[in-house]
Design a protein around this ligand. Structure first.
Ligand SMILES: [Fe+2]
Ligand SMILES: [Fe+2]
Length: 298
C-alpha cells in the first residue's frame, strides 16, 4: 500500500530529510528511513511539559466544560496524561504544533483525553490507557507537513486538495516510526488507521479490521473536528448535530456505536450509563451545508 498524491518532502523535527518528493511513503520506505536514521530519543513525561496546563485550559470552554465536569473522573484522565511518557522528539513535534497550528494541537489534546476517558469507563474491555493516550497525541502530527494553503483555505476543499489531506495518516506513521526507531510500533500503526471505517470505506488502507484502540479514537476525532471551527467552514456543527452524525455513521456500520453512546452520555448533564443512552431518532439540528470534511459537493 502506498501513499499517493504526495505533496512535498518530509523532514523530521530536527531538519533531517526523511522522504523526497519523488518517493511515496510505504512500509518499505519507512523501513529504509529507520535503517538510515538510527534515532535515539530520550523519554519525557508529559508532567515535564506544558501539555497538561494547556489541556486544563482547553476543557474550561464550551461543551468540554460539561464533558469533563466530573472533577474526580477528570483527575483520573489528567493523571494518565501526566504519567504518559514519550520520545522527546515527539514532544518537540507537539510543541511545534502548539506554536504553528494551535487548532490541531488543541484537537490532539482533546482527542487523547476523550479516548482516555472512554478507556477508563469501559472497565470490562482490555484497554491500556497510556497506550491510547499516545495514539491520541500523535494521531494528526502528520498534518504539520501539509501545505498551509490547504490547511488554512477558507473555502471548501477540492477533491484534489482533499487527496493531499488524506496523506497525513502516512506521515503520522512515518514520523512516529522514525522517532520510536521501529517498524513495529503499535502506536504508529494505530495513527495510520485513524481514518479507517469498520465497513472498509475509510482511508488510507480501506481496511475493515480495526483494533479497539483505533475504534475508540475515531468517534472522538470526528466529534471534535465537527464541533470546532475550521477555516473552510463558516459554522461548526452544534454538539447535537455532531452526535447525530456519529449515530448515523454507527447505524451504517462505519463506527462503533458503543463509543458514540459514551460521547452522548458525556455531553449530557445527567451522565447516564452508556448502555442506558437512548438517543432520539429525530435529527433536530440538521447539518451545515458543507459536508464535514469540507470537500466541495458537486
Ligand atoms: Fe486525521
Ligand atoms: Fe484528528
Amino acid at each position: 500500500m502506498l501513499c499517493t498524491h504526495w505533496p512535498k518532502i518530509v523532514y523530521d523535527i530536527e531538519g533531517n530529510l526523511l522522504v523526497k518528493t519523488s518517493q511515496e511513503i510505504s512500509e518499505k520506505i519507512i523501513e529504509e528511513v529507520i535503517e538510515q536514521n538510527k534515532i535515539n530519543s530520550s523519554q519525557v513525561f508529559l508532567s515535564q511539559t506544558k501539555i497538561i496546563e494547556d489541556f486544563i485550559k482547553k476543557i474550561d470552554s464550551g461543551i468540554y466544560k460539561v464533558i469533563f465536569a466530573d472533577k474526580e473522573n477528570t483527575e483520573k484522565v489528567i493523571d494518565i496524561l501526566t504519567n504518559t511518557s514519550f520520545a522527546e522528539l515527539m514532544i518537540r513535534e507537539l510543541e511545534n504544533l502548539k506554536i504553528n497550528q494551535p487548532d490541531i494541537y488543541n484537537h490532539i489534546l482533546v482527542v487523547a483525553a476523550l479516548s482516555i476517558k472512554i478507556c477508563l469507563d469501559l472497565t470490562n474491555e482490555e484497554f491500556d490507557p497510556y497506550r491510547i493516550a499516545k495514539i491520541g497525541l500523535v494521531h494528526d502530527i502528520g498534518k504539520s507537513r501539509l501545505p498551509a494553503e490547504i490547511l488554512e483555505k477558507d473555502k471548501p476543499l477540492t477533491h484534489e486538495e482533499f487527496k493531499i489531506i488524506q496523506t497525513h495518516p502516512w506521515i503520522d506513521h512515518l514520523l512516529v516510526s522514525h522517532y520510536l526507531n521501529t517498524t513495529k510500533s503499535f502506536v504508529a500503526k494505530a495513527a495510520l488507521c485513524h481514518h479507517e471505517k469498520l465497513d472498509g470505506s475509510g482511508y488510507p488502507l480501506g481496511i475493515e479490521q480495526i483494533n479497539n484502540y483505533v475504534q475508540t479514537i475515531i468517534p472522538c476525532d470526528i466529534f471534535d473536528a465537527l464541533i470546532s471551527r475550521r477555516p473552510y467552514r463558516s459554522e461548526p456543527f452544534t454538539v447535537r448535530a455532531a452526535l447525530d452524525l456519529l449515530l448515523e455513521e454507527s447505524k451504517k456500520g462505519k463506527i462503533n456505536n458503543k463509543y458514540v453512546k459514551c460521547l452522548i452520555s458525556y455531553s449530557r448533564k445527567d451522565k447516564p450509563h452508556y448502555n442506558d443512552v437512548n438517543p432520539s431518532q429525530i435529527n433536530r439540528d440538521g447539518k451545515p451545508k458543507i459536508n464535514y470534511y469540507g470537500i466541495r459537493e458537486e
